[in-house]
Design a protein around this ligand. Structure first.
Ligand SMILES: [Zn+2]
Length: 163
């Protein structure tokens, strides 16, 4: 073989070795994704067996629930405060994936929420009966017949908020 032929053969061999290694990495990455999905589902099933204590509540951002928290701030249309489950209750496990944004089906716009409200939904999907739309500046129903769907972390349209 000439030097050119040998060099070509060595290059082809290295490329083939790299392609085989890439396939191993890609196959392993798919296994990790599948295993993670299974683990998260198992965690949600385990969390669902721990009853939610809805009395373990506080205001979003911290502090005890105040008598006037439902008063509407005329500037924003939002309540003075929103109730969430306490951190120790949320730490017992999520029964739904963590999601912090939803779409209002009436206007099509996305609203994002604070972490403690999002975690309350994940721990106890039916905790709230309604939620806020920042575009419509008002509160509307959630649940199976509600007006909101989850906006998934990858941008996909998720199930109804409150289910
Ligand atoms: Zn809206």
């Amino acid at each position: 073989m000439t030097e050119l032929e040998q060099a070509q053969a060595a290059y082809d061999s290295a490329v083939a070795e790299r392609a085989a290694a890439d396939k191993i990495v890609n196959d392993a990455a798919k296994k990790v994704i599948a295993a993670k999905r299974r683990l998260e589902e198992a965690k949600r099933e385990a969390a669902a067996k721990v009853p939610v204590d809805r009395n373990a509540r506080q205001l979003s951002g911290g502090g005890p629930v105040t008598a006037d928290h439902r008063e509407i701030d005329p500037a924003s249309g939002q309540q003075k405060g929103y109730i969430v489950l306490r951190p120790d209750e949320r730490a017992k496990g999520f029964v739904r994936p963590f999601r912090d944004a939803y779409r209002h089906l009436k206007c099509g716009k996305i609203t994002t929420m604070s972490r403690d409200i999002a975690e309350t939904y994940a721990r106890d999907p039916e905790f709230y009966t309604g939620t806020f739309c920042t575009t419509c500046r008002g509160h509307f129903p959630v649940g199976a017949d509600g007006e909101f769907t989850w906006y998934e972390m990858d941008g996909a349209e998720g199930p109804k908020v409150g289910t």
